[in-house]
Design a binder for this molecule. Structure first.
Ligand code: NAP
Length: 247
């Protein structure tokens, strides 16, 4: 840690994996800025938990879908106000459907939130990190971004896009002492996977060598490590946190 407390911005920090990342990094001494789309109460609850454990945290409404809103957020809340040590592009959603029947809106909204949003946050954060001469960007992709998955063409395209974005950004920003990496979770027990039928869940479990769904904490530990000085020489990588699952 530098003398000035470093801030991590976690998008989608109100629930699931983002919540675990926010709480883990708060416990490690980072000031946590977390964002949410709709679940204000849950986001404020995450802040309360971080603060009651001795940390510092603030929650902000930010729809990563809104390009102008993202630019305004960085201008008003981050630039010149905090030392932005790390950005975790975690916010995401699914709108599944077989591709022959996939509605244009479901394609567009999944690409906007899962790929355009991370690009907008990465671009804004990079401008600040370049001036700081240091930064860590961690983008959350998915095992299905590497493998594809029937019924998730929109989500897989966005999550594969994140990998290309990361590898390009790592090559552009390395000289500025900014690392950019992907964490690609497998099936993690959150609201996103709660909708799986017990049959689908059993099918996935059969293919996970470690024999269980992942816990959000499994992902959070990897993100926290990538954001730390211990991972200073790692950039442009895709770190799978998937219990050995390859689809
Ligand atoms: P989750 O429990 O459904 O939480 C999603 C988070 O994203 C919430 O904080 C939500 O905010 C936020 N969000 C949704 N739409 C947003 C928008 N337009 N703008 C800003 N924030 C928005 O999801 P999760 O399972 O923790 O997933 C987190 C990340 O990991 C996602 O990128 C997901 O694709 C990825 N991932 C998850 C799994 C898994 O098995 N769960 C596997 C691989 C990858 P609100 O609470 O306000 O709605």
């Amino acid at each position: 840690m530098t003398e000035l407390q470093e801030t991590v911005l976690v998008t989608g920090g109100s629930r699931g994996i983002g919540r675990a990342i926010a709480e883990t990094m708060g416990a490690l001494g980072w000031q946590v800025f977390l964002t949410y789309a709709r679940q204000r109460e849950q986001a404020e609850d995450v802040c309360r938990r971080i603060i009651s454990a001795g940390g510092t945290a603030h929650a902000f409404a930010l729809d990563v879908n809104d390009r102008d809103g993202v630019a305004a957020f960085f201008k008003e809340k981050i630039k010149g106000r905090v030392h932005l040590g790390a950005l975790v592009n975690n916010a995401g959603l699914t709108k599944d459907g077989l591709l022959l029947r996939m509605k244009k809106d479901d394609w567009d909204s999944v690409l906007r939130v899962n790929l355009d949003g991370p690009f907008a946050c990465l671009q804004e954060a990079s401008k600040i990190m370049v001036r700081q001469k240091k930064g860590r960007i961690i983008n959350i992709s998915s095992v299905v971004g590497q493998s594809g998955n029937p019924g998730q063409a929109n989500y897989c395209a966005a999550k594969a896009g994140i990998i290309g974005l990361t590898k390009s950004a790592a090559q552009e920003l390395g000289v500025r002492n900014i690392t950019v990496n992907v964490v690609a979770p497998g099936f993690i027990a959150t609201d996103m996977t709660r909708e799986l039928t017990s049959e689908a869940r059993a099918k996935f479990l059969e293919r996970i060598p470690l024999g269980r769904l992942g816990d959000p904490q499994d992902v959070a530990e990897t993100v926290a490590w990538l954001a730390s000085d211990r991972a200073a020489y790692i950039t442009g990588q895709v770190i799978a946190v998937n219990g050995g699952l390859y689809m």
